[in-house]
Design a protein around this ligand. Structure first.
Ligand SMILES: [Mn+2]
Length: 342
């Protein structure tokens, strides 16, 4: 049977499935973000209020800044023996939110495989592996998985969003706010804003969540930003920028290479800049490049650029690994960007 990545169910049917369930494991993608954490936590708290056993499982790496959001809700953080924990005994239903791709489920794959008939996917991404779950609620128009989760939580509790318990409204708001860059992205619709307003009516402290997510960096973040701006190079009439981060830079600033994401945003604040490459040192012979470009009629297709280096991604966000030392990789990427942006 050929399956396609399309929705094959609806909110009332998913809610009925969850009403009939007793022991539910709730999964999301590795390196969970605000939407992954918010949508799973809201569903777990809703099911727990209904008297069910519902346990989120978070694949590594866990972002520590979200610890306060968990509060005292029981969750499992991935570790060597996590799949044999008692909380995962006799699971009858698996809900996977904010992803439907094997490659994002990493080490959970072995545990999930074979459970497709009792697995539900709730997602807003355009691509996924449909064979993971027999029931798939996919709404690509949703700005966040939390927006779909909100419909399910409201159905399960017989509540309007503005009447949700704040412990459920808060993680839903977190998911919507973080997946929309705090309501800036083109994915935001009037429905997104109305739901967010309803959740604030329910008691969400939106500014406290903003502070938690956007204003809680370690001071080492400022050090690596300073370093990045110091070695940034603009070229092609300031249409392109390249930033390199060596292992020594990361060490001296006190950050790990996992924590250097988002640096491409810095030069993108300049009007003339249309594409940015951030190159990080993997080891003395290997570099990793992350491309970003702005949308618009004069946009640069960084997917095509990344493909020149055997990488890929999307038109405005792509990456590649280059078997070259950092300085050589930098020269190759500047040449490639000059060919495109010049
Ligand atoms: Mn999401």
């Amino acid at each position: 049977m050929t399956q396609t990545w399309e929705s094959n169910t609806d909110v009332p049917s998913i809610a009925d499935r969850l009403r009939a369930a007793q022991r539910i494991a709730i999964l999301t993608h590795a390196k969970p973000d605000g939407d992954a954490i918010g949508s799973t936590l809201a569903l777990a708290r809703t099911l727990t209020r209904m008297g069910k056993h519902a346990i989120p499982v978070y694949l590594n790496p866990w972002p520590a800044r979200f610890d306060p959001v968990l509060a005292d809700t029981p969750v499992i953080h991935e570790h060597a023996d996590c799949w044999s924990e008692a909380a995962l005994d006799n699971i009858d239903t698996v809900a996977i939110l904010d992803t439907g791709s094997w490659n994002q489920l990493a080490d959970a794959r072995t545990w999930i495989a074979g459970r497709e008939d009792s697995t539900i996917i709730i997602d807003h991404h355009a691509h996924g592996d449909p064979e993971i779950a027999a029931a798939r609620l996919i709404r690509t128009s949703a700005a966040a998985a939390a927006q779909i989760a909100a419909d399910i939580c409201c159905n399960l509790l017989g509540a309007e969003p503005s009447d949700l318990p704040v412990s459920i409204a808060e993680p839903l708001y977190l998911g919507i706010a973080t997946d929309t860059g705090f309501f800036r992205y083109s994915s935001v619709t009037p429905d997104t804003m109305r739901l967010a307003a309803d959740l604030i009516d329910a008691g969400v402290q939106h500014n406290a969540l903003y502070r938690l997510v956007e204003q809680s960096d370690d001071v080492s973040r400022l050090r690596i930003i300073t370093r990045a701006l110091n070695n940034m190079q603009l070229f092609a009439n300031d249409a392109a920028a390249v930033i390199t981060i060596s292992q020594q830079d990361a060490d001296e600033c006190g950050v790990s290479m996992d924590d250097v994401g988002g640096l491409a945003d810095l030069p993108q604040s300049v009007a003339s800049v249309r594409a940015v490459a951030v190159i990080t040192e993997v080891d003395p012979e290997m570099s990793k490049v992350s491309f970003r470009s702005k949308a618009g009629p004069d946009h640069i297709d960084v997917n095509t650029l990344a493909q020149q280096f055997n990488g890929g991604g999307h038109v405005h966000a792509a990456g590649a690994k280059i078997h070259k030392p950092l300085a050589e990789a930098r020269a190759l990427i500047i040449a490639a960007l000059e060919g495109t942006a010049g």
